[in-house]
Ligand binder design. Structure first.
Ligand code: FAD
Length: 303
C-alpha cells in the first residue's frame, strides 16, 4: 500500500528504518530486531542504501537494499519503502533496472535521495539532486515518493530557507511526504514546520527520532549530521557520565533508560502537537526503539 494513502487515512504512522548488514556477523542482529519490531505492527519499514554497504559501487549497493526490501515485504509481510540514492545511479539504464526489480518485488514506496557522500558514491552520477530523481520516478507513475528534510538545515545548504525551497522543489517533483533528519530538540521541528508552511511546503513531515543509547554514539551523530544537542540533554548525560568518561555497566544502563524516556517524551510532544507519525532510526537494534514506542502508545492510550 502507498504510504501517502496511510497518511491520509490514519491519525499517525509509526515506522522503522533498517540498513542492509555490512558483514555476515551483523545479520543475526538485524533478524532479531526485525522480529521484535514487527510485533509492534509498524505502518512501514524503510531500508537504507549506502555505497559503503558493499565494496563495489553502483548497482551492488542498490541490489543489497532491494534484496532486503523484498525479504521484509514477502517473508515478514511488512510494508516497505526502499531508499534510492542518486550517487549510486550511473546512468538511465541502471535506474531502469532498479525500477524493473522494484516492480518485480512489488515495492510501491521509494525515498528519493541524493545520498550521503561521506559513504563514497559515484563522482559523476546521472542525477545530482534528489529532486531530479523524484521527478524521474514520478514521471514513471508507479511509486509513492518520499523525500528527506532537515529541521536544522542540511549542512551543505546556504540557509534554512534555501533548504526549504529545495524541499518544496522535491514536493513539486512528486514527493508526497518527507521524513526528517533526526533532531533532539522539538523546537527545531515545530519551527521548521511553520517555516515550511509559509514557503508553500504542504506535505506531511514525519519526524525522524533516534533514542540516545550512549554518550559516544550521540557525539558521533552530532558531529556527522550536525544535530544540535540541547543544553538539558547534555547536562543530564554529563551527570550520568561525568567528563564523558567511559561509563561502567550501571551508568550505561542508566544512560539507556534516560535515552528511552527522553525519546518517548519527544515523540509524545510531537504527536500531541500534530506530527503525522514517528520514523525511528533503529540502527538495526530493537530494544530501545521498542521501549520508546511502547511508552508512546501507552502515553497516547492506544495500548
Ligand atoms: P538534496 O535534496 O538533493 O539536497 C542536497 C543538498 O543540495 C542540500 O543542501 C540542498 O539544500 C542542496 N540543493 C539542492 N538543490 C540545490 C540547488 N539547485 N542549488 C543549490 N543547492 C541545492 N543517505 C544515503 O546515502 N543513504 C540513505 O539511505 C539515506 N537515507 C536517509 C534518510 C533520511 C530520512 C534522511 C533525512 C537522510 C538520509 N540520507 C541517506 C542522507 C542524505 O542522503 C544526505 O543528507 C544527503 O547529503 C542529502 O540528500 P537529499 O536527498 O536531502 O539531497
Amino acid at each position: 500500500m502507498r504510504i501517502s494513502e496511510k497518511l491520509k487515512k490514519q491519525k499517525r504512522v509509526f515506522s522503522f528504518e533498517f540498513y542492509p548488514p555490512k558483514k555476515e556477523e551483523d545479520i543475526p542482529f538485524l533478524k532479531a530486531a526485525v522480529a521484535e519490531l514487527k510485533g509492534l505492527s509498524p505502518d512501514f519499514v524503510s531500508i537504507t542504501q549506502s555505497p559503503s554497504s558493499l565494496s563495489g559501487l553502483s548497482f551492488a549497493s542498490l541490489s543489497n537494499t532491494l534484496a532486503l526490501s523484498g525479504v521484509l515485504k514477502h517473508e515478514f509481510s511488512l510494508e516497505v519503502m526502499a531508499h534510492l540514492t542518486c550517487i549510486t545511479l550511473k546512468d538511465r539504464e541502471t535506474l531502469d533496472e532498479a525500477v524493473k526489480l522494484m516492480r518485480i518485488l512489488g515495492l510501491e514506496n521509494v525515498l528519493a535521495l541524493r545520498g550521503d557522500r561521506a559513504g563514497g558514491g559515484l563522482e559523476k552520477p546521472f542525477f545530482s539532486r534528489a529532486w531530479e530523481l523524484a521527478a524521474e520516478l514520478n514521471g514513471r507513475g508507479i511509486f509513492d515518493i518520499a523525500a528527506a528534510c532537515y529541521p536544522e538545515k542540511h549542512p551543505e545548504a546556504q540557509s534554512l530557507e534555501a533548504d526549504i525551497d529545495n524541499l518544496k522543489r522535491k514536493m513539486d517533483c512528486g514527493a508526497a511526504f518527507a521524513i526528517t533528519q533526526l533532531f533532539l530538540d522539538n523546537i527545531s521541528y515545530f519551527s521548521f514546520r511553520e517555516k515550511c508552511l509559509s514557503r508553500g511546503v504542504t506535505i506531511p513531515l514525519i519526524p525522524g527520532i533516534m533514542p540516545v543509547t550512549g554518550v559516544s554514539q550521540l557525539a558521533n551523530f552530532a558531529e556527522r549530521i550536525k544535530v544540535k544537542i540541547p543544553a538539558g540533554l547534555s547536562a543530564a548525560l554529563e551527570k550520568l557520565s561525568p567528563g564523558g568518561a567511559e561509563p561502567g555497566p550501571d551508568a550505561r544502563a542508566a544512560i539507556r533508560e534516560f535515552g528511552v524516556s527522553y525519546a518517548a517524551a519527544q515523540c509524545l510532544e510531537l504527536l500531541k502537537n500534530g506530527a503525522p507519525g514517528i520514523h525511528f532510526y533503529t540502527l538495526n537494534r530493537s530494544k530501545a526503539t521498542a521501549a520508546v514506542l511502547n511508552l508512546v502508545k501507552r502515553g497516547l492510550g492506544i495500548i
